[in-house]
Design a protein. Structure first.
Length: 213
């Protein structure tokens, strides 16, 4: 019977595909928030890690990714009056197929890695690789700035899953550093959203090329 950790990782993989398979930005924000909270509690399940350090590592991502950052993104979405990713560089169906292909390749590649037996028996590595790929796909194929922010969030979720392999030795400041960089990125993207919307009445990053003038 699969462990609770593996069951959560399967849900994470399904959420990746849902993000790629919908154009509704509000739905993607909620999905990435749920994914962030699920990944946030995983340090408590890895190696039986319920130490104060693991609790702190779990609490901060759950609060930031599950509540603070989604609230900021919903506010930006309402102010910009956008609801859908209308014309992505890669369509919804091709994106979904690429995501499924990336997940399959992640599973195949991780099976060839020289992992510790305890890590090889879980889906940590394939889930991390697939989530990073999903985030990269969202960043590079979506034109709306909010969608690209969501891609960064998904990519960071994958990096966080990689970090779970070292949860017992992972320096707390390193993880906080990643989260701080992510938080700063969200603020910077929020400023960009405001300026793009005000200047061009659009949130398509294609309009950024006009700023060169």
């Amino acid at each position: 019977m699969p462990s609770l950790l593996d069951q959560l990782l399967v849900v994470v993989l399904l959420l990746n595909l849902f993000c790629l398979g919908t154009s509704r930005i509000g739905a993607v924000i909620r999905t990435v928030a749920i994914q962030g909270m699920l990944i946030g509690v995983m340090p408590l399940l890895v190696h039986g890690g319920r130490t104060p350090q693991a609790l702190l590592i779990a609490a901060v991502p759950v609060a930031l990714k599950g509540f603070v950052i989604p609230a900021m993104l919903f506010r930006a979405m309402r102010q910009a009056e956008i609801k859908r990713e209308v014309e992505p560089l890669v369509g919804i169906i091709p994106s979904l197929l690429l995501g499924a292909l990336g997940t399959g390749l992640a599973l195949a590649f991780s099976a060839r890695l020289p992992l510790l037996p305890a890590d090889a028996e879980t889906l940590l590595v394939p889930a991390a690789l697939a989530t990073v790929f999903t985030g990269f796909l969202m960043v590079t194929t979506r034109l709306k700035a909010i969608s690209q922010v969501l891609g960064y969030l998904t990519l960071e979720n994958g990096i966080f899953v990689f970090g779970l392999l070292l949860v017992e030795a992972m320096p707390l400041l390193l993880e906080f550093g990643v989260l701080l960089d992510l938080f700063v990125c969200i603020f910077v993207m929020g400023i960009m959203l405001n300026h793009i919307s005000r200047e061009f009445s659009s949130l398509s990053t294609e309009r950024l090329s006009a700023l060169k003038e």
